[in-house]
Design a protein around this ligand. Sequence first.
Ligand code: NAP
Ligand code: ZN
Ligand code: ZN
Length: 357
Amino acid sequence: MGSLESEKTVTGYAARDSSGHLSPYTYTLRNKGPEDVIVRVIYCGICHSDLVQMHNEMGMSNYPMVPGHEVVGVVTEIGSEVKKFKVGEHVGVGCIVGSCRSCSNCNGSMEQYCSKRIWTYNDVNHDGTPTQGGFASSMVVDQMFVVRIPENLPLEQAAPLLCAGVTVYSPMKHFGMTEPGKKCGILGLGGVGHMGVKIAKAFGLHVTVISSSDKKKEEALEVLGADAYLVSKDAEKMQEAAESLDYIMDTIPVAHPLEPYLALLKTNGKLVMLGVVPEPLHFVTPLLILGRRSIAGSFIGSMEETQETLDFCAEKKVSSMIEVVGLDYINTAMERLVKNDVRYRFVVDVAASNLDK
Ligand code: NAP
Ligand code: ZN
Ligand code: ZN
């Protein structure tokens, strides 16, 4: 926009290749336009999708790549047309920072499904510069893709809501999975799964965690508040639970057979796929036909739903269960996430690292 302001240089932690190793990287932020907000990053959660992008599992990665799409920060500057935010306000940025604004998805408040969506990182801004994520000191984001953090929500708690939280909240609303007393299964108890337990409980559902081991059982029942816990390898218990659930949210990030889980659904039950699995999954059709079951997918949520998720969690006092770490620990945190060794989301204290000093 013909800005005369000088370009801002920031430092982030970037992957340089598909090894995914993150190290300090200094780059220039795009110039602030009239609709933009500059956000100084305070916290940023680590999502399993960051691993997928850093390691080029989808074959679409560009480097250097600064990941991070559960960003909580403070507004430090606003463009001349920004009415929604003030300097000093706490805000959040999730998985997308742009869309076309004219397609049916954009017009229907479903900009996450816009084919011209701009990902928060590993994508290209309208001005041709690469987008870079939240493991960095600051970001420039169009106000439409920024949400407000409610005052009573601790900032580190808010970070996982910006991807993991809205990823379960949106399909729950869309598929009508909010009727108290209905039975919901959460398959895979990681970052997304644990928000699934918390948010489903806040809607009044009966929640069964379906996990690959019994390691998380006590915590799931006693701390997260799940009502039941199934270990997927326990054939006898899985058989006992046949046709008992109305919905399952599947967050497993690797290839897995669907039959054992479809068999848990009642007639009209829905299996909502949330995990990003680049390989084909397997099921036989009678498991769908003889029970009018459905398999669906869902991708994060709209900006409206992202704000709703934050407001809902603030109102219902839904908290995430996190491990806060410093940026100097980020590579270890990524390794632990690969090994399924986190309860249940890493949140990086970006501000404490004084990246620009
Ligand atoms: P995560 O924290 O790593 O959790 C995944 C969970 O899946 C693990 O905690 C584990 O739960 C289970 N799991 C892991 N490896 C497994 C294996 N080999 N076999 C069976 N179960 C396994 O990941 P996340 O951040 O929650 O993300 C989950 C998935 O959702 C990822 O694929 C991510 O890319 C995707 N995602 C999608 C969206 C969307 O919009 N649809 C948004 C965010 C993330 P148990 O220990 O209980 O078995
Ligand atoms: Zn994510
Ligand atoms: Zn669009």
